[in-house]
Write a protein that binds this ligand. Sequence first.
Ligand code: SF4
Length: 366
Amino acid sequence: MTSSEQRLAAIRGGVAPRRHNARTIAALTGNPGCTRRAVLDGAGVDKPRLAERIGFPARFGQSRFAITRGNAFEAQVKADGGAELLRLVAERLGVEPGDRAEWTDLDGGADLPDRHARSRELLTGAVPTGSDQPAALFDHPLLGLDIAGTRVNLEPDLVAARLAGRFHVVEVKSFPVIDGQADPAKVSAAAIQSAVYVLAMRDLLADAGHDPDLVSHEVVLVCPRDFTNQPVASLVDVRKQLLVLRRQLARTARLDDLLAAVPEDFTADLTADPATLVDALSRVAARYAPECLAACELAYFCRHEARGHTGALGRPVREALGGVATVAEVLALADGERAPEPEQTEAAALLRAAARLRADALGVPA
Ligand code: SF4
């Protein structure tokens, strides 16, 4: 064990690191500037349990009803050897689907090493060689990625579709597309998760000596249309998400640099008392933003901690009020009660103008 690994094990309190999945890997990109999160995730700390231990439990997850409905929709879309799925994907890609696709379920109930070997063998054996190959659909491929020096298995519910000379990641999602529009936050979460799978499939091909770009950066999301169970496919370009993901994975891999920003006695040992854990967390820099609520289990703790700071109001506010750290300072500058520091001049002028506009609108003295 290296000294970094020993230190990370000590941070976790000697327990095994929490296993990542595509959702937790995708979430790594949610707030790349946050050292607290990078260290906790790099160490594999069980953040949901940590948040609970300090009195700020995370509130993620789908209702049982939503999960059942999502499973039924997925089964419907994949039925009949993926015939409907193939038609939808081919139509969205603007290619001929051919008569019928080969359908392979890579799950097969085998244990992980066997499933991994089978996924590797069949996917690399079916590598796209040209647009005249018949379509092939692979359900439940077992993929892997290196996260902070540890191999993480990904067991996605996705289909890898070989069509028109490339592999495409196809994900069936249960959120609806209404009048041609889906919830942007849900599309963005799906895009980053799909990017995790694209990266893992590219790694698989590259390891076997194939061109990783045979896995397209365009992923296909299949969702219910309007309020029916009618499926509709959309193409999402995940190049930007791939860049962010690579950058964040590289950062998590540089654990020594991360640990240099953390006090020697920092602990996230779940057997420590809550006050000790809160004190330890407060000594590692965080960068709370409202987006954390959808992406990080510590969000309610960090939001509480950031109360009264402009950063907690979101990126647009942080950027507009650069150099003004607290809401109290904002109010004092807007009222003219306090003279701005040189770096606050621009923000102060904006705030005074906003205060005048508000006073005019309300008919009260500025
Ligand atoms: S919730 Fe806290 S630890 Fe998580 S990313 Fe946001 S600021 Fe960082």
